[in-house]
Design a protein around this ligand. Structure first.
Ligand SMILES: Cc1cc2nc3c(=O)[nH]c(=O)nc-3n(C[C@H](O)[C@H](O)[C@H](O)COP(=O)(O)OP(=O)(O)OC[C@H]3O[C@@H](n4cnc5c(N)ncnc54)[C@H](O)[C@@H]3O)c2cc1C
Length: 302
């Protein structure tokens, strides 16, 4: 029996959905990428634990996909199982100013819910179109705030199916990075937010969102900032002074609004994007002496 037949035999709980040959372009904000062999929307912790055992038994590669807003998938796709967290894994529980949120929950939705509840700390997140899991892995942030700042602990699953709770320090949050990638899957986080006035929090959230859509491209397909900001500088500024805004390779173009965004303007391939990334890195280094590190994660490349 091959692993696809074996996967079909698993008796998943209700609402966990399995499909084969799913185009990952549909599940990324870039709108780029080939098919994943199998795609599972996992509804429960038990089903996720079952998949850890399957992954080890059949030695099948597994990728956890959040909202795909920081992901470039290769044109040939991903030869393995792509997992997305839904249902029980996207729960939201609020007790006073303590919030337990599942990794599958949407970050903008969390931001809106917290403003309506009168809890401050995630106003910056309305304009970040990821999941809570992706925001924990990336320590997503904006306007001087990062998601890790409000996190007190994180629950992760090992590839044995075992759940463990990590403290804030054990999660090792850094600029657009955390130590959570070492685990099979991020399950949930506990947040400690500050009680405040609903109107003031909502106004603050909306102001930050407005500033974002005025200064960054929001309509065209992209994966957010392509490069990390080097210490004390901004990747967008370096790309701008290197004269690269508007530079195009195939269907991929450096945004004319913000140089750190690469847009999929005309059926760009993943190779177009990577060629443009390499072009930017080369020219920025020649012009400024700084080598830009990429922020966007890759899936399905050798
Ligand atoms: C228009 C736009 C604006 C953006 N603005 C910002 C911004 O202001 N600040 C910022 O920081 N980012 C920004 N981003 C990037 C992106 O939204 C964030 O990095 C976000 O946190 C990614 O979350 P995601 O769920 O989409 O992760 P994905 O892109 O799906 O995945 C990113 C990585 O996290 C892993 N992952 C996701 N969920 C889990 C999980 N539960 N367990 C284990 N691994 C997991 C994936 O395997 C992958 O390696 C922007 C993106 C877009 C498209």
């Amino acid at each position: 029996m091959n692993w696809k037949d074996a996967l079909l035999k698993i008796d998943f709980q209700q609402n966990t959905r399995l499909r084969f040959g799913e185009p990952l372009a549909k599940h990324t904000h870039f709108g780029i990428g080939g098919e994943t062999t199998a795609y599972v929307e996992v509804n429960t912790i038990d089903d996720l634990a079952t998949l850890t055992h399957f992954h080890r038994e059949w030695k099948v590669p597994v990728a956890i996909i959040g909202k795909g807003s920081n992901l470039l998938v290769s044109d040939k796709g991903f030869n393995g199982i792509s997992i997305r967290l839904i249902g029980e894994l996207a729960n939201l529980d609020i007790e006073g100013n303590i919030v337990i949120v599942g990794a599958g929950q949407s970050l903008p939705r969390l931001s809106k819910m917290m403003s309506k509840t009168g809890l401050s700390g995630v106003e910056f997140a309305l304009g970040i179109p990821g999941s809570v899991g992706g925001a924990l892995i990336m320590n997503a942030g904006a306007w001087g705030s990062s998601f890790g700042d409000v996190v007190t602990d994180v629950t992760v699953m090992r590839d044995t199916g075992e759940l463990i709770k990590l403290t804030h320090d054990e999660a090792q949050f850094e600029y657009r990075h955390s130590g959570l990638e070492a685990y099979f899957c991020v399950i949930s986080a506990t947040l400690k937010l500050q009680p405040g006035d609903v109107d003031a929090i909502t106004t603050h959230m909306n102001t930050l969102f407005k500033q974002k859509i005025e200064t960054q491209p929001f309509v065209e397909e992209n994966a957010g900032c392509m490069f990390k900001n080097p210490p004390g500088d901004s990747a967008g500024r370096l790309i701008d002074i290197s004269g690269l805004k508007g530079h195009r390779i195939g269907g991929a173009e450096v945004s004319t609004v913000h140089g750190n965004f690469i847009l999929n303007l005309d059926n760009a391939t993943a190779n177009d994007v990577l060629d443009l990334v390499a072009y930017i890195q080369k020219h920025v280094q020649e012009k400024t002496g700084i080598f830009l590190q990429t922020e966007v994660k890759r899936l399905g490349f050798d």
